[in-house]
Ligand binder design. Structure first.
Ligand code: NTF
Length: 844
């Protein structure tokens, strides 16, 4: 026994080797060391950015040490681990989170103060790695925080893109402008390149068939014709108040041969580098689509590259423990984050059959027991289907295996298919439509032992509508695990004043790892003194946002007595930012018609919108343009003054969200019911005392259940009623069913009030014609609820009571609760906290 086991308070210092002492003088020495030796700079050219880097390297040292200890311990204990495969991780800034999780904030503050820097400013030097688009990638990042905090043995696997999600700015016409996100132009100190782990990944080629001498059975072997190398880059994930430190392993692609020397010698310099460029292309760019399929061959290569490297690594680690391949399902629970990593299923099967020489039955059993799949969207345009032709060319053996899986699966389906082949056709993994396509979600369902949706309503839609046939076929496979968010980043770190108030009120900070404790805030909901403190923190956070808007956008907005109403998320038709801006036009026109006297009674409001549109999603880009045009007219109209403003905040990111969410009074989650699988930012707002203005969709419903219906501004119809409304729109024409108020707003846009008449024609034609997202139908209830928001804000006692009760009910929205459910219902893993050792006496 190397570790002496004893129960002691969780102190990071205990485990560190002596040279990593954490008294502030020690930290200063470490910082100077990195400044001089790692960067290297000298103490005279010491600047904020260098200080940030040097400080970050000291954190990295600590995490490296802890992660070595963690891996060693997990290996000794042979614990089962979760492996989360995701093509996106939206991590946000690292330094503050790590410093807080390691409980070293005060000491770093002191250390840096001695060098003339405020820790807060040093945090601001960090750029925000954007290796994800939206909810799916941010969820993965919240999960990593929870897994480490609660001592779960777990790995994240993903891709290290050279260029993350594009940076957005707004052009002079109000349009979205995209720029490459060159996030690796400066060192990223939290990523450790692992040069020892280089895995060859094959593509293309042919299949050899041969007879196995032992069994006399037919065997197959794939001979790829091209190889690239997957190199590991590790980001170490600290947990809050624990030594357990997990790993997020991101693969980057390198060529097998860096330079073709023959070509180089002949003077063909371009040709000489071709190999390298082709390989690097694979992990070059994150595809900027959210809730939509890119459908490009390179994306497919990315997907295979990710899963092939990951499975190789998992099996390598299994064998390092001297365990056999049969033990794989007891060694790792592999979660497929949406269908992007579905190729892991045929890839594992290939390894088990062609390399490990297992029988089909054995291989299939292991595969199904290893994988589980999370569905994150039901939008048809987001359900991946890849052409059989493309797969056969790129991965011939995998296509053969997909056909075999399908064959064996359909054999069973045929037995219950009473409707002459109808069901078989519907459930086939291969679809014959405009092309022959593999339905990736079908493959993921068949190859996994559990499939989950991400909110109650979403899982019900999966079971009863989208995957109904599969649910009848596999009645125990579908489960719900409602999403959650990490309270470390989304309350403790981003809203320090509220965190302090909660801790001092509850006389404990236990809520940070057990969010259910927030329920004790209920008894303070009507306490006036507490309400005042609560409201004062909101004002403090709003002032920060007000200053940001002034500095970055040169727009003056008010703060006291002004509602900050926010909608921040990807721009998508189903999320209905269009309905939001149409309502802004409505209120604008309404105020313009008011007398002086009436204007004094108007509740002041700022409507903020932020979010990126996929560069190829033209409708979404038009919506951004319209918002900016409307904002320009309203904000510059002297008749409106400070009564109402519309502010579009460019370049939405995790970091910007950390500023916006604590400053929000009311946040809009107004998707067409049935379209938003869950939503997770809604949870973050509630946690920070923001109120929800929302439809009966996704996690809004569960927020209502937990925080109380009376504490949410809900409006509109249920998802079950949506199809009828859509049908009516189709039959009668949406224009004929549209309320007059909205008709006249469309008329004003068409007259060219917000730019050339033609500019927004496409947007308006959709609303007038089919109105797929039923904006016309929901417009009046939406406006009414917004009015209700405004009049409630004028009753502070009621408002703050709602705000406090919302927060008090949000315990259940923690990703800690979510992960516990995954661990118990799906993965079968348990926490494995590192034992505490008494440190050798810390050196100076
Ligand atoms: C998103 N899906 C959904 O649109 C959100 O409602 C949900 O909260 C998050 O996933 C996390 O579950 C996607 O990003 C994708 F890629 F599936 F479309």
């Amino acid at each position: 026994q190397k570790y002496k086991i004893e129960k002691k308070p969780l102190l990071v210092e205990n485990l560190l080797s002596p040279y990593l002492g954490s008294d502030f003088k020690n930290l200063q020495k470490q910082i100077v060391y990195h400044l001089e030796h790692t960067l290297p700079r000298n103490t005279k050219t010491f600047q904020s950015f260098g200080t940030y880097l040097a400080t970050s390297y000291t954190i990295r040292d600590r995490l490296l040490q802890l992660s070595h200890d963690t891996q060693k311990y997990y290996n000794e204990k042979k614990v089962k681990q979760a492996c989360y495969i995701s093509i996106e991780y939206l991590m946000g800034r690292f330094l503050r989170n790590a410093v807080l999780n390691l409980n070293l904030e005060e000491k770093y503050e002191q250390a840096l103060a001695g060098f003339g820097y405020a820790l807060e400013d040093i945090y601001d030097e960090e750029q925000d790695p954007a290796l994800g688009n939206g909810g799916l990638g941010r969820l993965a990042a919240c999960f990593l925080d929870t897994l480490a905090t609660h001592n779960y043995p777990a790995w994240g696997y993903g891709l290290r893109y050279n260029y993350g999600l594009f940076r957005q700015s707004i052009g002079s016409e109000g349009e979205q402008v995209e720029k490459t996100d060159v996030w690796l132009q400066f060192p990223y100190p939290f990523m450790v390149e692992n040069h020892f782990l280089r895995i060859p990944i094959g593509f293309y080629g042919s299949i050899e068939t041969y007879v196995d001498e032992k069994t006399k059975g037919t065997r197959f072997k794939w001979h790829p014709s091209e190889y690239v190398i997957a190199q590991a880059n590790d980001i170490l994930i600290p947990g809050y108040g624990t030594d357990n430190t997990n790993t997020l392993r991101l693969w980057s692609c390198r060529p097998i041969e860096e330079l073709d020397f023959d070509k180089f010698s002949l003077g063909d310099f371009k040709g000489a580098s071709e190999n390298r460029l082709n390989a690097e292309n694979i992990t070059n760019v994150l595809y900027p689509n959210d809730n939509e399929v890119a459908g490009k061959e390179l994306r497919f290569k990315q997907q295979y590259f990710l899963v092939a490297a990951t499975l190789h690594d998992i099996i390598r680690r299994l064998k390092e423990q001297k365990r056999t391949i049969y033990e794989l399902p007891d060694f790792a629970a592999v979660q497929l984050n949406d269908t992007h990593p579905t190729l892991a299923i045929p890839e594992l099967l290939r390894i088990l059959l062609d390399e490990e020489m297992l029988t089909w039955e054995e291989a299939w059993d292991i595969t199904q027991r290893t994988f589980s799949y999370t569905n994150h969207t039901i939008l048809p345009e987001a359900l991946e289907r890849w052409p059989v032709k493309l797969i056969s060319h790129l991965l011939p053996r995998h296509m053969q295996l997909i056909e075999a899986i399908n064959w064996k699966f359909l054999e069973k389906v045929r037995k219950i298919d009473k409707n002459n082949g109808e069901l078989t056709k519907k459930m086939s993994l291969i679809e014959n439509s405009w092309d022959t396509l593999v339905r990736m979600a079908w493959l993921a369902i068949v190859g996994s032992h559990k499939v989950n949706g991400v909110s109650g309503i979403h899982t019900n839609i999966l079971k009863n509508i989208v995957f109904q046939d599969f649910h009848s076929f596999y009645p125990n496979k579908f489960v719900n695990v409602t999403n959650g968010v990490t309270p470390r980043r989304w309350l403790h770190a981003c809203n320090p004043k509220l965190s302090e108030l909660i801790t001092s009120t509850l006389k404990s900070n236990d809520w940070i790892y057990d969010l259910a404790h927030l329920s004790k805030l209920r008894e303070y909901a009507e306490n006036e003194d507490f309400q005042l403190k609560w409201a004062a923190i909101k004002t403090f956070n709003k002032r920060k946002l007000q200053a940001y808007v002034k500095k970055e956008l040169k727009i003056d907005i008010g703060c006291d007595g002004v509602i900050y109403d926010i909608q921040i998320k990807r721009i998508h038709e189903y999320k209905r930012q269009l309905m939001n801006v149409l309502a802004s036009i409505h209120f604008y026109l309404k105020i313009k018609k008011m007398s002086k006297e009436e204007k004094t009674k108007v509740q002041k409001r700022v409507s903020f919108i932020a979010g990126k549109a996929a560069p190829g999603y033209l409708v979404a880009k038009k919506i951004i343009k319209l918002i900016n045009r409307v904002s320009n007219v309203i904000n510059n109209d002297p008749e409106i003054g400070d009564l109402f403003k519309v502010v579009y905040l460019p370049n939405y990111s995790v970091t910007l969200a950390e500023l916006l969410i604590p400053a929000t009074d009311v946040s809009e989650h107004i998707s067409t019911p049935g379209c938003e699988a869950s939503g997770t930012s809604n949870m973050k707002f509630v946690l920070n005392g923001g109120l929800i203005l929302g439809t009966l969709d996704g996690a809004n419903l569960e927020i209502m259940e937990n925080s109380g219906e009376e504490n949410v501004f809900a409006f509109g119809i249920t998802s079950k009623e949506v199809p009828q409304v859509k049908q009516r729109n189709i039959e009668q024409g949406a224009w004929n069913l549209m309320p007059e108020e909205l008709q006249s707003i469309l008329g004003i846009i068409e007259e060219g009030k917000f730019g050339e008449a033609d500019e927004f024609r496409g947007l308006l034609e959709e609303l007038k014609g089919v109105d797929r997202y039923i904006t016309g139908h929901d417009f009046i209830p939406y406006i009414k609820e917004l009015e209700n928001v405004m009049s409630t804000y004028q009753k502070p006692h009621k408002w703050w009571k709602m705000s406090i009760l919302g927060c008090a009910g949000s315990g259940w929205l923690s990703s800690d609760r979510t992960i516990k459910e995954y661990a118990e219902k799906i993965w079968g893993i348990k926490p494995c906290p590192l034992p505490k050792i008494e440190s050798d006496k810390e050196l100076g």
